[in-house]
Design a protein around this ligand. Structure first.
Ligand code: PEP
Ligand code: MN
Length: 365
């Protein structure tokens, strides 16, 4: 059930309706839109009895939501959700594209700083890297844990890039929530419902990757889990699905971008690195992702991919990422988007004072 408030409904009327919903034993999710506020009701097993809600001041109408997902749906919120971050003009879902780049795993301080400086110069606003790695083999590198998070925090301090990193279980979530700007939930955990609920209680935006065999509806229901706990800042991420095709690691399903945008107000970014698993396919698929209307990209970059402790084959060399950014800047305006200028990074000015960085920044500024 969805309570649609009148355009001129007051804050008091909206709070009174939310209070009533809670008194009835449900959970109220107030979603302000440009035209009017809608209040989603969750926690009900069957039909909500409209009864008194219908008659309350400021209420325009009650709508029964027939789709299994409610809060992710455009029925609740017609306008795109825009997720922004204090101290930067980077957003997910705004006119500016969000570019997240960095290594698959945080391996050492030196490796991280080397990659961070290069992706920052090329124009990434977000830095990615795993401190907790969900590996297929228990014998593979599992990540540096909190030490890795501390190194990422240093990257944020030095470059002003916001930090995106994965939580693989409830334990790591506590630390990831403390250090990260965006909490990543990986493909393998897309249906880890207790982790999704924990992410829903976190105070940071969540980047939710599509499970490798998840349908569109399963993907949206996973986002619904996060939102149902009160965290409405969810960024969806297409990262490829398993098919019979063996020329790539996964099959990047770009058609899910317009499919999601039709049904949901949530931003969606594309991961062409895991989506292809092949370095030579990352740039072409990045171009396609921007052209199809994605809200951004998440790209793996390593300064020495041959020595990478994970996903070296799909990691771009920094120069290749720089070239990718140039191409993205050309394509973005064709689809009505832009890439925030590197000069708008809060730390760009300070860094450009250092001559070694200035020469790299100025051609792009
Ligand atoms: C990653 O981003 O490094 C990762 C493990 O991705 P996915 O969950 O999509 O496999
Ligand atoms: Mn990876």
């Amino acid at each position: 059930m969805l309570v649609v408030m009148k355009a001129q409904a007051t804050e008091e009327q909206i709070s009174a309706v939310c209070k009533k919903i809670e008194e009835l034993g449900y959970r109220a999710h107030s979603m302000p839109g440009a035209q009017r506020t809608a209040i989603g009701i969750t926690g009900n097993r069957g039909e909500v009895e409209p009864g008194t809600l219908d008659e309350m001041p400021g209420v325009q109408e009650l709508i029964r939501v027939s789709k299994p997902y409610k809060l992710v749906s455009r029925d609740v919120k017609a306008e795109n959700t825009v997720i922004s971050f204090a101290g930067t003009d980077a957003t997910f879902g705004g006119p500016g594209l969000a570019v997240i780049a960095g290594p698959c795993a945080i391996e050492s301080r030196d490796q991280t700083m080397a990659v961070a400086e290069q992706v920052f110069r090329a124009g990434a606003q977000f830095f990615r890297g795993g401190a907790y790695k969900p590996r297929t083999s228990p014998y593979s590198f599992q990540g540096l844990g909190e030490q890795g998070l501390q190194i990422m925090a240093e990257v944020r301090d030095k470059f002003g890039m916001k930090i995106v990193t994965e939580a693989i279980d409830n334990e790591s979530m506590d630390l990831v929530e403390k250090y990260a700007d965006v909490i990543q939930i990986g493909a393998r955990n897309m249906q880890n419902f207790s982790l999704l609920k924990r992410a829903g209680r976190a105070r940071k935006p969540v980047l939710l990757k599509r499970g490798m065999s998840a349908t569109l509806e399963e993907f949206l229901m996973a986002a619904e889990y996060v939102m149902s706990e009160g965290n409405y800042k969810v960024i969806l991420c297409e990262r490829g699905v398993r098919t019979f095709a063996d020329h790539t690691r996964n099959t990047l399903d770009l058609s899910i971008v317009p499919a999601v945008q039709r049904l949901s107000h949530l931003p969606i970014v594309v991961d062409p690195s895991h989506g292809t698993g092949k370095r030579n396919k990352v740039t072409p698929l990045s171009r396609a992702a921007i052209a199809v209307g994605a809200d951004g990209l998440i790209v793996e970059v390593h300064h020495e991919p041959d020595r990478a402790m994970s996903d070296g084959n799909q990691s771009l060399y920094p120069e290749q990422f720089d070239e990718l950014m140039k191409q993205v800047r050309q394509i973005a305006p064709v689809v009505g988007r832009m890439v925030p200028a590197i000069g708008n990074h809060p730390r760009a000015e300070a860094l450009s004072a250092q001559s070694s960085v200035r020469s790299a920044i100025s051609p792009l500024a």
